[in-house]
Design a protein around this ligand. Sequence first.
Ligand SMILES: Cc1cc2nc3c(=O)[nH]c(=O)nc-3n(C[C@H](O)[C@H](O)[C@H](O)COP(=O)(O)OP(=O)(O)OC[C@H]3O[C@@H](n4cnc5c(N)ncnc54)[C@H](O)[C@@H]3O)c2cc1C
Length: 478
Amino acid sequence: MTTPTRAVVLGGGWAGMLTAHVLARHLESVTVVERDLLPDGPLHRKGQPQARHVHILWSSGAGIVENLLPGTIERLLAAGARQIGWNRDLVTLTASGWQYRFPATTYAMMCTRPLLDWVVRDAILSGGRIEVKQGTEVVGLVGDRSKVSGVLVRDVAGGEPRPLEADLVVDATGRASRLGRWLAGLGLSAVEQDVVDAGVGYATRMFKAPEGVSGTFPAVMVAADHRTRSPGRFGVVYPQEGGRWLVTLTSTRGAPLPTHEDEFTGFAKMLRHPIVSDLIGVAEPISPIFPSHSGANQRLYPERMAQWPQGLLVIGDSLAAFNPVYGHGMSTAARAAEALDRQLAGDDFGEGGTQRVQRALSEVVDDPWIMAGLKDIQYVNCRIRTDDPRLTDPDTPERLRFSDYVADRSIRSPKVSEVATSVLSLNTPQKALGDSHFLSLLRTDTKYPELVEPPFHPDELEMVGLKPPGNAANGVLG
Ligand SMILES: Cc1cc2nc3c(=O)[nH]c(=O)nc-3n(C[C@H](O)[C@H](O)[C@H](O)COP(=O)(O)OP(=O)(O)OC[C@H]3O[C@@H](n4cnc5c(N)ncnc54)[C@H](O)[C@@H]3O)c2cc1C
């Protein structure tokens, strides 16, 4: 296959838009097909129900977006987003205990998902090089077993399916992608899929932060302890633009999530520390509770197919979706868009080009896949369908013990924390946790004493009308 000239991107969400932007740098024509009508502002829409829930964009993803679309971070900050210095601006109870607030070595963008998507989409579409067919649904692929030559689309409002020609089709329709069914329509067999499903669910409610809370109030997170072998319960209070806090309560299979308003605080009180329920208690609820049950890790392996049609790629959540607790989906999609850009900047697709490009996209999802998988298999009642040896072979318990040991050190040792945070934020490959530099840090790095209280500055708690405990400034080193 020579370099394609006409691409159709299926889905105009986060991955679809970044992919379209990258394609438009190399190809003559790029069309995005999106089922929803895309709002002209930071508004919710039907096709993106996850946007009701907390989202962070790690620095790895934010940096790529900034390179592709200079000025994005400034625009987000101007609209009220926070750039949270990790771990400086965060009060976290991890499975191992309270995390010291070391000086920030990386960051995550924190704001509502509609704001994030709108700022990025607006910058991409203002380039004028991408056509968007909104209110249009993809219903199938056009082509045969060896080559895709377009898609079948129809208006959501009604009407017969019609073909849309393209020599490159990229599926970015998200976690609920129908790619398997569309491939069957071409006579191809199913793509192998792995699933690690801890039964993660979210219940989220927006609050107005107390009057006078400044833009420096930290993000707060209370995590579950997987080592208890009981269903996990998490809670976060994340600052959002407009003086709001988005509170998400999360559980793994076996712990029912709150659906009614009176259960919300009750669930927060069951977390391993009452800080989330204390903060809810001083804030004013301004939205209903929104549920989500899209928390399974699921990964396709198109690169393993004996036959894969030329001109078809899969990216974003369609390719691999992760337990959202780790905040990896959007950064992974941005990293895949960057990988696609690199591939397209090469000579041309050439012989076997589609498979080579798809392999490059699939490599990007491997680190977040294994990180999430290794954590989630430890939750009681986790359902697993995978033959990934890293999750199933006899050494797995050893790997889990090492990962727990790193987590124990990382909350109290600044240099260990720096490397672990860099891996968690997808800035550094996971294999760095096994190299000699890191192993020697585990021996030599300072080990601060265990924290017994959440590491707030006293003035932070006073800001929200809560009483600081006696030794409240402990643990704030950043
Ligand atoms: C509760 C929750 C919390 C999350 N938190 C985080 C987080 O903190 N950080 C993070 O990085 N990631 C997080 N994620 C993951 C993140 O939301 C996804 O990784 C990201 O949205 C993936 O983008 P996407 O474009 O692949 O899919 P989507 O954003 O789902 O977009 C898919 C698009 O395709 C369209 N579409 C679907 N089918 C069709 C069709 N047949 N025809 C036309 N259009 C179609 C949809 O309308 C939609 O616009 C979270 C996910 C969930 C569920």
